[in-house]
Design a protein around this ligand. Structure first.
Ligand code: HSE
Length: 428
């Protein structure tokens, strides 16, 4: 009989449990597709006694993921521990050093240490794959690395944090405040242990930086992702956007421009009729534009037991079949250090300001915008009872740098109360 491919699974939470279920329940299918049996030798998790709905007692148990990674009866180390450093990093490095192939769902680890880990994998003659780290069940890493390898990628756009999309959708559909929608997402268990990873755009930014590396042949540069979370988005923004035919989405965009690599993750207005505009609830979508293929739209579950375990098993089956693809689609030594281009591409922006209701306040704001070279396309001041006037402005196309200059100068006018909200209007 062909030798089995033996797995060591670090982390038996939602995803790890899903992987165990697939290995146990689909043994014949996996063997047929992988060309050899797939078995689990050992696992590692904090809580040994927990009922996971699937038996794990027959596997060897390690308390330390590093020990699991080094076991002689493990061919593939599956890292589902999470975290950009600590045990996840130590165990991944140990596995690579010991000549084990690694399959990881850890976007933070890859976003911060992807280049060094890819180099370590190649030096040790093993593969490090991470399909489950980006957009859950959507096979976007494989699509970019393999299916679209003959394309120059022009742009990738994505809604890659289901929790944020859920919150924004609920604000719109149920007229909830941000705090109410956040509390609802929390009660449903959607939020990461540190919610800022979700609502601050960090989790989605990690994913975007990984896709950018594959698409543009550059070293992962998460630190250069321009990050803005969804915390400042209000129901009013969502309603105003709807009035103009837009939806508000936490949108990631990466593209290579003449000035360098642009990577941004921020709440944007996108046309309501576009595929991204129609994406409701906790779902993910990735849009890839290639010079040969045109536009590809991939939609699916970005989290959860089945979808994420599905992505892990896709990578495991590649190892079983002997498909050996480099981490970012080409040898790590080829990957260039990117030159970051801070939002080089101009776009119209939606602005929401609260102005002191006194003569000349609006004129001062208009002057500041004009001095920064930002041209106003539409403006509306809504009738109000309070001391401050809600003002909405849609600009003509401008750069983020010019807009930031204008926003900074607005503080000096003394007529703007609180923090202005500025949302890019993205043509998708
Ligand atoms: N917290 C993420 C999301 C899933 O809400 O999409 C894991 O990356």
């Amino acid at each position: 009989m062909t030798e089995p491919l033996r797995l060591g699974i670090a982390g038996l939470g939602t995803v790890g449990t899903g992987v165990v279920k697939i290995v146990r329940q689909k043994a014949a299918l996996l063997e047929a597709r992988g060309g050899r049996p797939i078995t689990i030798s050992a696992v590692c998790a904090r809580n040994r006694g927990k009922d996971r709905g699937v038996p794990v007692d027959s596997y060897q148990w390690e308390d330390d993921p590093v020990a699991l990674a080094q076991r002689d009866d493990v061919d593939v180390f599956i890292e589902l521990v999470g975290g950009s450093d600590g045990p996840a990093k130590a165990a991944t490095e140990a596995a690579l050093r010991c000549g084990k192939d690694v399959v990881s769902a850890n976007k933070a680890l890859l976003a911060h240490h992807g280049q060094a880990l890819a180099e370590a994998a190649e030096q040790n003659g093993v593969v490090l794959r991470f399909e489950a780290a980006v957009a859950g069940g959507i096979p976007v890493v494989k699509t970019l690395t393999e299916g679209l390898a003959g394309n120059d990628v022009q742009r990738i756009m994505g809604v890659m944090n289901g929790t944020c999309n859920y919150i924004l959708t609920r604000m719109e559909s149920a007229n909830l405040t941000y705090d109410q929608a956040f509390a609802e997402a929390d009660s449903l268990g959607f939020l990461e242990a540190d919610p800022e990873l979700d609502v601050g755009g960090i989790d989605a930014g990690h994913k975007l930086s990984l896709l950018a590396s594959i698409a543009f042949g550059t070293q992962v540069d998460f630190d250069a992702v321009e990050l803005e979370g969804i915390g400042l988005v209000s129901i009013e923004d969502i309603q105003q956007a709807a009035d103009m035919g837009y939806k508000v989405k936490l949108l990631g965009v990466c593209q290579m421009t003449g000035r360098g690599l642009e990577q941004r993750m921020s709440p944007c207005l996108v046309p309501a009729s576009s595929p991204l505009g129609q994406l409701d609830g906790g779902t993910n979508m990735v849009v890839i534009e290639g010079d040969q293929v045109g536009q590809i739209v991939m939609r699916g579950a970005g989290a959860g037991e089945g979808p994420t375990a599905s992505a892990v098993m896709g990578d495991v089956l590649d190892v079983a079949r002997g498909t050996r693809v480099t981490t970012f689609g080409q040898p790590s030594g080829n990957l260039k250090k990117p030159k970051p281009a801070k939002t080089a591409t101009p776009a119209p922006y939606y602005l929401r300001l609260r102005l002191q209701d006194k003569p000349g306040a609006l004129a001062k704001v208009a002057a500041v915008l004009g001095e920064a070279g930002v041209s106003i396309n539409r403006m509306r001041q809504r009738s109000h009872e309070q001391d401050t006037a809600p003002v909405l402005i849609v600009t003509h196309k401008t750069t983020r740098a010019a807009l930031d200059n204008a926003l900074a100068a607005m503080v000096g006018t003394g007529v703007v109360e609180g923090e202005p909200v500025a949302l890019r209007i993205e043509q998708v």
